[in-house]
Design a protein around this ligand. Structure first.
Ligand SMILES: OC[C@H]1O[C@](O)(CO)[C@@H](O)[C@@H]1O
Length: 359
C-alpha cells in the first residue's frame, strides 16, 4: 500500500488542530471523508483539509461502508470511542482513536479484541510519547542508564486549566475529569518509559472541591459549578507486580504552583530522570553524583534550529508508516487498555474507599 485514504470522524478542536494538519503534511495521504454530528463542522473541515472530491457524510456508518476509505481517525467524545472504533475495525479500516482509549476498561478490552479479530491496526493518540524529550529518554532507558525503575511519578497538574469548551465537564460523555483527560497522558508516558504494564494494586482519591467555586479564575474562562460534574483533581498510588510504585497526580484546578503536565519522574537503580526545565538525568558515576540537563527547544539560541517536526506530526507520520509497512504502531491497543484499566481502578477506589487489586 503506498496511497492511504483517510477519513475523520469528529471534526472538533483535536481534529482540526492536530490530526488534519499533520495528515495534510504526508504525501501518501489523501483525506477523503468527514463526519461530525454538527454537519457544518464537517463541511468546514472538508473545505480546508479535504482532497478534491472529498465527501461529507450524514452518518458515520455510511462513511465506514465506503470501501475506498482505508483508515479512520476518531476524534469524538470518550463515550463513543469504543462503539465507533469497533465498527470501523469491523468495516475493515485501520483506526487511530484519540485518548483515552475508552470511557471504561471493559470497552477498552472490547477494542483490543476487535483489533485482534479483524487483523486491522488500532492505535490511540498518546502524542506525548513522540516529544523530543520523551523519545530521548526512552533510548536512554533502553540503554540501561536508569537500571531497574522502581519509583515513578506521573504528573498532570494544572493550577487553573479547566477546559470549559466542548463536553469535558460532562461525566456521562467523558467518564471523568482531569484524570481521564490529562492524567491518561502522564500515566501512558510513565508506563511506556518503564516498560511495565502489570499493575497489582491501586489506591486512589478524587475531589470535587474547586469545581464548586463561582466565577473562578481560569485560563479558559470561568466554569459553571452546576455543569462541572467531573472531579477537579485526582491522586493515586499504584503498586506494580514487580514491586515498583507509581504516584499519579492529576488536576485541572489545584492550589499549587508546582504545575507539570504530561511529564514524569523516574527513579531507578542506576539513575533517575525528570522532565523539569527540559530533561534532567541524574545518577552516580566514578563515586560522584551528576546531573545532565538537556533542553530540546533551542529557543532564542543564536543558531539554526534545524527542521523541526512537532510531536503530533511525528506521531501521525509514524502511524501512517506502520500502515504502509505493515508494522506494529508505537502505541499499541494492549498498552492503552492497561492505562484505561488503571484509570478505572483509581475512580473505583475513590468510590469505594478501598484498594483495587488486579489478578
Ligand atoms: O484539557 C483539555 C485538552 O487539552 C490537551 O491537553 C491538549 O492541549 C488535551 O490532551 C486535553 O484533552
Amino acid at each position: 500500500m503506498n496511497k492511504v485514504n483517510v477519513a475523520i470522524i469528529g471534526c472538533g478542536g483535536i481534529a482540526t488542530g492536530k490530526h488534519l494538519p499533520s495528515l495534510s503534511k504526508i504525501e501518501q495521504v489523501e483525506i477523503i471523508g468527514f463526519f461530525d454530528i454538527f454537519p457544518a463542522s464537517a463541511q468546514k473541515a472538508a473545505e480546508k483539509f479535504g482532497a478534491p472530491g472529498a465527501r461529507v457524510y450524514d452518518d458515520y456508518r455510511e462513511l465506514l461502508a465506503d470501501p475506498t476509505i482505508d483508515v479512520v481517525h476518531i476524534c469524538t467524545p470518550n463515550d463513543t470511542h469504543a462503539e465507533i472504533s469497533i465498527a470501523a475495525l469491523e468495516a475493515g479500516k485501520h483506526v487511530m482513536c484519540e485518548k483515552p482509549m475508552a470511557k471504561t476498561a471493559a470497552d477498552g478490552r472490547r477494542m483490543v479484541e476487535a483489533a485482534k479479530r479483524t487483523g486491522k491496526k488500532l492505535t490511540i493518540g498518546y502524542n506525548n510519547r513522540f516529544r523530543a524529550d520523551s523519545q530521548h529518554l526512552k533510548r536512554v532507558i533502553e540503554d540501561g542508564d536508569l537500571g531497574d525503575i522502581y519509583f515513578a511519578k506521573a504528573h498532570a497538574v494544572r493550577r487553573r486549566g479547566v477546559p470549559t469548551w466542548g463536553v469535558f465537564l460532562d461525566e456521562e460523555k467523558q467518564g471523568g475529569g482531569p484524570l481521564i483527560d490529562i492524567g491518561t497522558h502522564a500515566l501512558d508516558l510513565t508506563l511506556w518509559l518503564m516498560n511495565n504494564y502489570e499493575p497489582k494494586v491501586v489506591l486512589g482519591t478524587a475531589y470535587h472541591k474547586l469545581s464548586r467555586k463561582e466565577n473562578a479564575a481560569n485560563s479558559w474562562g470561568p466554569w459553571d459549578p452546576e455543569k462541572f460534574k467531573v472531579e477537579d483533581s485526582a491522586f493515586a498510588m499504584i503498586v506494580m507486580k514487580n514491586g515498583a510504585t507509581i504516584m499519579v497526580e492529576a488536576s485541572w484546578a489545584l492550589n499549587t504552583l508546582d504545575t507539570k503536565e504530561a511529564k514524569c519522574t523516574l527513579c531507578g537503580t542506576e539513575g533517575g530522570a525528570d522532565m523539569q526545565d527540559g530533561l534532567r538525568i541524574n545518577g552516580e558515576k566514578h563515586s560522584r553524583l551528576y546531573v545532565n540537563q538537556m533542553q530540546f527547544e533551542a529557543k532564542g539560541a543564536d543558531f539554526y534550529e534545524g527542521k523541526k517536526e512537532t510531536m503530533q506530526d511525528k506521531e501521525i507520520r509514524l502511524w501512517i508508516n506502520a500502515i504502509i509497512n505493515d508494522t506494529e504502531p508505537v502505541v499499541t491497543p494492549e498498552q492503552s487498555c492497561v492505562v484505561s484499566e488503571i484509570l478505572e481502578a483509581i475512580y473505583e477506589s475513590n468510590r469505594t474507599g478501598k484498594a483495587v487489586y488486579f489478578d
